[in-house]
Design a protein around this ligand. Sequence first.
Ligand SMILES: Cc1cc2nc3c(=O)[nH]c(=O)nc-3n(C[C@H](O)[C@H](O)[C@H](O)COP(=O)(O)O)c2cc1C
Length: 383
Amino acid sequence: MELTRKRTELKKLRGYDFYQSLGSPKKVLAPMVQMSELPFRLYMRKQGVELCYSPMMISKHFHSSRRFRKRNLHFHQKDRPLFVQFAGNDPNVVLKSAQYVENKCDAIDFNMGCPQQRVAGKGHYGSFLLDTEEDRQLCVEIVKKLDQNLIVPVTCKIRLIPSSEDKLVGDIEKTITFAKQLEKAGCAILAVHGRTRFNKGRTMTKTNWGAIARVKESLTIPVIANGSVKTFQDYKDCLKESKADAVMVAMGCLDNPLLFLNKGNDGELNWEKERRVCTKEFLEFVFEQQKEKQLLVVKEKTIRNHIYHIVGKQFFRAPQLRERLSSIEEMVKAVTELDQVLTQKEKEKKNHEIENEKENEKEIKVEQIENNQKELEIEKEKL
Ligand SMILES: Cc1cc2nc3c(=O)[nH]c(=O)nc-3n(C[C@H](O)[C@H](O)[C@H](O)COP(=O)(O)O)c2cc1C
């Protein structure tokens, strides 16, 4: 796919025509601030992902700062199909931001899902725009504006609208009404995170895939289900239960980048070792890309976060290795060493177990000999 497209080359597709033009992707990498960045997106495409979202870009900053744009969003010709996600509450600012990148991606996604009080709450965007009818109409206006003015389709990501009785639970009817309004405004594909904005952190419960199914049934555009997918089996269950066209995964892919390949599922043998192999592969991949100068910007903090997720706490408990995560090259070496250290530890553990077994056998034999001797002595005495 070409990295850039000209305005005149495109006939704008919507709904299933658009979805099919992308190859009807089923396995989707979720938008993730600081995580679904270019290196991880490219790596995940090698692990079965068929569509990626950029991290959320706050349109106010993206629009006003060239530096922000350069530092926070990177493109690559192999990184397609790609939806670039924006958050905001001013139709003109969201549109202007989107216009900077519309010829380098396949769709512009409008974020109505971010639940973070510190950012989205303060700035009044993301899922904080779902609470009142007035704000929901503002979202509809933004989507309409994007659809009417961009060369690429506009897509949306929402959460369930909280019910007035219990904020942890979604008001399905309200969510359906809103989803229909988004569709009418020009939304080409809708991603639904089946939880409300209050359903997070310590109070988080399992995603309501049934609610996503209700939304899907009431629309004619493709729907992407999101939430609570940690294993390949979850992916299959979610597809079935939500009746969605595709499944979007965030945390599950951070913890196990091989999820969509049906590898490294819970309880699978040797997964701990696989994790390290996977991390090394990811780092080596990033390192190679860097060497080839294809990816000029790789944030090491982001890479460290990925190591943390994939390898787990294990790595960060090894201070001598932790201190060495200063460059990608060093990280590759450190993970290799961790692999060696842990393999050595595993070997030692096994040797120890073998030694213990031998000791036990020896003791049993000695006991048997002693018993035999005792029996002989008793026999002798009898004689
Ligand atoms: C580290 C992280 C960053 C996230 N950043 C974004 C974001 O930029 N935009 C967005 O719409 N959702 C964001 N989310 C939410 C996810 O896209 C997803 O909706 C949520 O994690 C539920 O999916 P999961 O159960 O597969 O993790 C983020 C989630 C995580 C864990």
